[in-house]
Design a protein around this ligand. Structure first.
Ligand SMILES: [Fe+2]
Length: 259
């Protein structure tokens, strides 16, 4: 089982729409050239830029003909109503009309949570969604599970982003701790590659396919998002273990797949 994990493409409308769309298209082209090809692609939120609801149909046009399954996650910049209007009922939301869903593969369960919180850049899952997660994880206890959400559930050492992490991370930890088959928690939001232990598993944070955040470990430095090299993570189930590769996309001299 191979899972390509992208994040934070921030697709937008208007005169600056070209760069984020081209970057996402390039990263997907790199994934398509992998041998073997991944079983699926997960994009962990901030699909479109806040205030650019018209970008969702453009995102759909961009990924519509991609031949591998893509599973979309909602981020704080996303507009859930516009996302559902463009993707509800499609394979991109597991065939559901919800931004919380799961998809069963023979070798893994992909579970997608919606941590979007209206009016706040921080994240929240809430009791109802956590109860659904608990029940969904209990359904296939012998199959590795990947829990996907936008907001990291723990601090990462970048104060201004830690202030907008998942607010109910401890409640998520209580659920995850009950299920030893969670191979990874897949997140985004930070626009940097980060790994951290959490509730007996590992949180893997993918870089943005658009821009990376400054490594700002104190508040004296202004925040910023830079056109640093981008890429994605590749999670591989191998002999009962989960291996994560960090794969460059923008600055790699490599073959591109076309779609
Ligand atoms: Fe983002």
């Amino acid at each position: 089982m191979l899972i390509a994990h992208l994040s934070d493409p921030h697709i937008r409308t208007g005169p600056l729409a070209g760069e984020p769309a081209a970057n996402l298209h390039h990263a997907l082209g790199r994934i398509l050239a992998l041998q073997p090809q991944p079983d699926c692609v997960v994009i962990t939120g901030d699909l479109c830029q806040q205030g650019h609801a018209g970008a969702y149909p453009d995102l759909r046009a961009l990924i519509e003909n991609f031949p591998l399954p893509i599973h979309l996650t909602t981020g704080n910049h996303d507009d859930p109503d516009a996302l559902l209007a463009a993707f509800g009922g499609s394979r991109f939301l597991g065939g559901t009309t919800s931004t919380t869903y799961s998809v069963d593969y023979p070798a893994a369960t992909i579970i997608v949570l919606d941590s979007h919180r209206s009016g706040s850049p921080a994240g929240l899952l809430g009791d109802q969604q956590l109860a659904w997660l608990d029940a969904t994880l209990a359904r296939r206890p012998d199959v590795p599970a990947f829990v996907c959400l936008h907001h990291p559930p723990m601090p990462v050492g970048i104060p201004f982003l830690d202030d907008m992490r998942l607010d109910d991370g401890p409640a998520l930890a209580q659920v995850i701790t009950r299920h030893a088959h969670v191979s990874r928690i897949l997140a985004g939001h930070i626009h940097r590659v980060i790994f951290a232990p959490f509730a007996g598993t590992t949180v893997a944070i993918a870089p943005s396919t658009y821009r990376q955040s400054v490594l700002r470990m104190h508040d004296d430095q202004p925040p910023g998002y830079l056109a640093e090299p981008n890429g994605y993570l590749l999670h591989q189930l191998l002999d009962g273990n989960c291996i994560t590769h960090s794969v460059p996309a923008s600055h790699a001299a490599a073959v591109l797949g076309h779609f």
